[in-house]
Ligand binder design. Structure first.
Ligand SMILES: C[S@@+](CC[C@H](N)C(=O)[O-])C[C@H]1O[C@@H](n2cnc3c(N)ncnc32)[C@H](O)[C@@H]1O
Length: 519
């Protein structure tokens, strides 16, 4: 691979696999809907491009979860694309394809896209590569199409930028591949922090951040910090760049960031009430929350949906459902900066009505029990409920929990079976695709091992079998970062994890159609 093609991006070390639900069409469409932007219709199929898809866990899981979509991934690193091609084949995905290319040489036929996503790319590539990205957005996104871009944001990165600087400068002096040089640089960073370099004494949060860095995967660190052109942006800079490509800001993830009263402290709320310019509001919000990372959505030639009636006509294909059966009001949640509480109506009734299979907004607003509430108020309550994690969204009705037909379970989706084999004990969890949610749920390594053994048979010996499976793969159960060596304690901990999996995660997987009962 030529240095020119990668333009200073690390290519000698493969990245880490990871599934990011923010990239799901359902998430991006929902944010557009919240912001009164008509999302692309997906009922008759759609085209989705991921730029810089890494090892492709998001791309492939989303393809498995959205059979009506055509998913195309592009990455410059042939080690990444070979692994993705293998997973596409093993998972039997006929709606996903992977291309080894830089962004400048994307094949001509990749156009008329309803979605473009790029995660972990925009802040880390050279200015000319960002220009390639903007050209792709401008030329290849269909009118009404949506683009998701993530980036390191200011002001949250302000006190951390020097850490990136010193890591890169020290790594450049060392020998070996990016991984080795990164390890050496982290050791040096910890040394100067521990020796009380004044920068760290003056910036206690940066000093604490060194411990975060030490706990992170060196493959991730190499890709995060060693690229030549790493930078962080203010929201307004990115908005201006995408604006130049003909795209308009259409909201952000996580969902609660679209509700300023959920992400700024009460002292600032008057300022937000009187500011109508969204670009200004976003800048204020980033200062109030000290935002260090943003997930922004842009629309090409957005068609607006001014009222709830328009939304019901153009974007009524989300099902809303309570996240857990045990939620009681008043319900409080802190999403980072401010604690918000909901109580009373319409939430009491919504919690009751949205249990089970879930409902669409049209069903909620036409329900006679809600007749005292205006459609606008109900839709705002439902949306805020999603933001506050009272409700989940899905693209199909959730599967009604069935009476248990015995203990035997199966994984009907071939992709999920293939990824269980590939990602068991990956150290990064296992993303299980669901056609009901249109996205995937990531479970931890121990849960994946339990699931793997449950698929064989469920009996009293299951914890012992999980213990043996871990031993056969040289995996050691940890407690507070230390290996659990006592076999009785290990068995006890696995038994507890099995109980928690059976009573909390397994019912969710059943309702999402990922796991079926009865073998
Ligand atoms: C930090 S990784 C993120 C991967 C993936 N999106 C994820 O979140 O797991 C950035 C990816 O962009 C790819 N990349 C960087 N510059 C590129 C370019 N000019 N053309 C194509 N791919 C590029 C890298 O190979 C890498 O896989």
């Amino acid at each position: 691979m030529s240095a020119l093609a990668s333009a200073g991006y690390v290519t000698d070390v493969a990245y880490v696999p990871g599934f990011y639900p923010q990239l799901a069409p359902v998430a991006v469409r929902f944010v557009a809907t919240l912001n009164r932007v008509t999302p692309p219709s997906v009922a008759d199929g759609f085209r989705y491009l991921e730029l810089g898809c890494g090892l492709g866990r998001s791309l492939t899981a989303l393809a498995a979860a959205n059979p009506r979509g055509e998913f195309i991934g592009v990455d410059i690193n042939p080690e990444h694309t070979a692994a993705i091609a293998h997973n596409i084949e093993a998972g039997g995905l006929t709606n996903a394809r992977i291309i080894t290319s830089d962004f400048a040489n994307l094949p001509d036929d990749i156009r008329d896209l309803q979605f473009i996503a790029l995660h972990g790319v925009y802040s880390w590539v050279a200015p000319q590569v960002r220009a390639d990205i903007l050209r792709i957005a401008s030329e290849r996104l269909a009118p009404g199409g949506l683009l998701l871009v993530s980036y390191n944001a200011m002001p949250g990165w302000a006190h951390l930028q020097p850490i990136r600087g010193i890591l890169r400068q020290y790594a450049a002096l060392r020998q070996g591949d990016s991984l080795q040089r990164m390890r050496d640089a982290v050791t040096y960073l910890a040394f100067i922090r521990d020796q009380h370099a004044k920068y760290f004494d003056d910036n206690p949060r940066a000093a604490a951040f060194v411990d975060t860095i030490r706990s992170q995967d060196p493959r991730y660190l190499a890709h995060e910090y060693l690229n030549e052109h790493w930078t962080s942006f203010y929201f307004a800079e990115v908005a201006e760049q995408f604006g130049g490509a003909g795209l308009t800001f259409a909201g952000s993830l996580p969902v609660h960031t679209n509700f300023w009263d959920l992400c700024v402290a009460p002292g600032f709320q008057e300022l937000f009430r009187t500011t109508t310019n969204r670009l200004v509001t976003e800048a204020h919000k980033d200062f109030c929350a000290n935002t260090a990372f943003r997930w922004d959505i842009y629309a090409k030639q957005p068609r607006l949906m001014p009222g709830t009636a328009d939304r019901l006509r153009l974007a009524d294909d989300f099902w809303f459902r309570t996240t857990r059966p045990d939620i009681h009001l008043p319900y409080s949640v802190n999403l980072g900066v401010v604690t918000s509480t909901v109580q009373g109506q319409p939430y009491e009734m919504l919690l009751e009505k949205l249990s089970g299979k879930g409902r669409r907004l049209s069903e909620i607003v036409s329900d006679p029990d809600f007749k005292g509430f205006a459609a606008d108020d109900l839709s705002r309550a439902v949306d805020a409920g999603v933001a506050m994690r009272l409700f989940d969204i899905s693209v199909e009705p959730f599967v009604d929990p069935l009476p248990s037909l015995g203990n035997a379970i199966s994984l009907p989706c071939r992709f999920n079976r293939a990824m269980l084999a590939t990602d068991l004990f990956s150290g990064r969890g296992l993303a299980l695709a669901s056609r009901v949610t249109g996205t995937a749920l990531t479970i931890g390594d121990l849960e994946a091992a339990i699931l793997s053994e449950m698929l064989t048979s469920v009996d009293d010996d299951l914890p012992a079998r999980v213990d043996a499976l871990m031993a056969s793969r040289d995996r050691v159960l940890q407690r507070e970062g230390k290996p659990v060596t006592d076999p009785a304690e290990r068995r006890q901990r696995i038994t507890e994890a099995y109980e928690a999996f059976r009573t909390t995660i397994l019912p969710q997987l059943e309702q999402q159609g990922v796991v079926t009962r009865g073998g």
